[in-house]
Design a protein around this ligand. Structure first.
Ligand code: NAP
Length: 243
């Protein structure tokens, strides 16, 4: 199996793409540290996978929470993860003219700052423990590239994640840690269930494959990027949108 013997930390693990990533990376041999804002959601993800995995309640916008999660991981496994998947994310949509400062800050704090804090803390641990062959996968979004009405906070956060990914890939290359981003299109998950039907129809018509993606279709790409099969892929933004 392509991820045998590897330890992977996955944020946003209690739902959608993060949960699918836990299942597929475990299927491919990895041991999973599942992180979510709601500990019970992360625990529910891990339950069918068995006792060798770990779930933790962590708010990724809190550096204290992340440091505690890293310590708990080191305590249980005696090494830091060599795979880091940043899938935690939120939307708080509104038109730019109407968006509150709070909603802008909240989305930036989770999606952009959260990705920064997780990458910084876990990569520091990888370097300190001399973990080579590391792989960090950040879930950005196609709307970071295209823009999207009503998502000035979200689209900016995801462009930032892409840019941060490129910077990190340049800085971490000398430690043999690769960093890549995935830009999903419209994926069926609790996040998109709340999108109005009228808007869903527009997305559907604009997709060449004329369907929404499934979380597992992102998770398979995460597993590829996490594995040595992608050993020369670094600093890339991979669109997984159905065209
Ligand atoms: P989801 O089903 O809502 O899953 C996101 C998970 O992250 C939820 O369990 C959520 O918990 C958790 N979370 C939120 N804030 C957190 C925090 N501060 N700390 C830790 N965990 C937190 O959404 P998804 O569709 O799987 O999305 C996963 C990632 O893909 C996100 O970054 C999203 O922006 C990105 N993405 C999704 C799509 C799509 O079409 N679905 C497209 C492009 C990109 P709560 O439910 O309690 O908030």
């Amino acid at each position: 199996m392509s991820l045998s013997g590897k330890l992977a930390v996955i944020t946003g693990a209690g739902s959608g793409i993060g949960r699918a990533a836990c299942n597929i990376l475990a299927r491919d041999g990895a041991t999973i540290v599942a992180i979510d804002r709601i500990g019970a959601s992360a625990a529910a993800t891990i339950k069918p996978l068995g006792d060798s995995h770990l779930s933790l309640e962590v708010d990724v916008s809190s550096s204290d929470n992340i440091r505690a999660a890293l310590n708990d991981t080191l305590k249980k496994y005696k090494k830091p993860p060599s795979i880091v998947v940043n899938s935690a994310g939120i939307t708080k949509d509104n038109f730019l003219l109407k968006m509150s400062e709070q909603d802008f800050d909240d989305v930036i704090n989770v999606n952009l700052k959260g990705t920064f804090l997780v990458m910084q803390n876990f990569a520091q641990a990888m370097v300190a423990h001399n973990i080579g062959g590391g792989s960090i996968v950040n879930i950005a979004s196609i709307v970071g590239k295209t823009g999207n009405m009503g998502q000035v906070n979200y689209a900016s956060s995801k462009s930032g994640v892409e840019s941060m990914t490129r910077v990190a890939s340049k800085e971490f290359g000398k430690f043999n840690i690769r960093v890549n981003a995935i830009l999903p299109g419209f994926i069926k998950s609790p996040m998109t269930d709340k999108v109005p039907d009228k808007v869903k129809e527009i997305y559907l018509q604009s997709c060449a494959l004329k369907r929404f993606g499934q979380p597992e279709e992102i998770a398979e790409v995460i597993s590829f990027l996490a594995s040595d099969k992608s050993s020369f892929v670094n600093g890339a933004s991979i669109e997984v949108t159905g065209g």
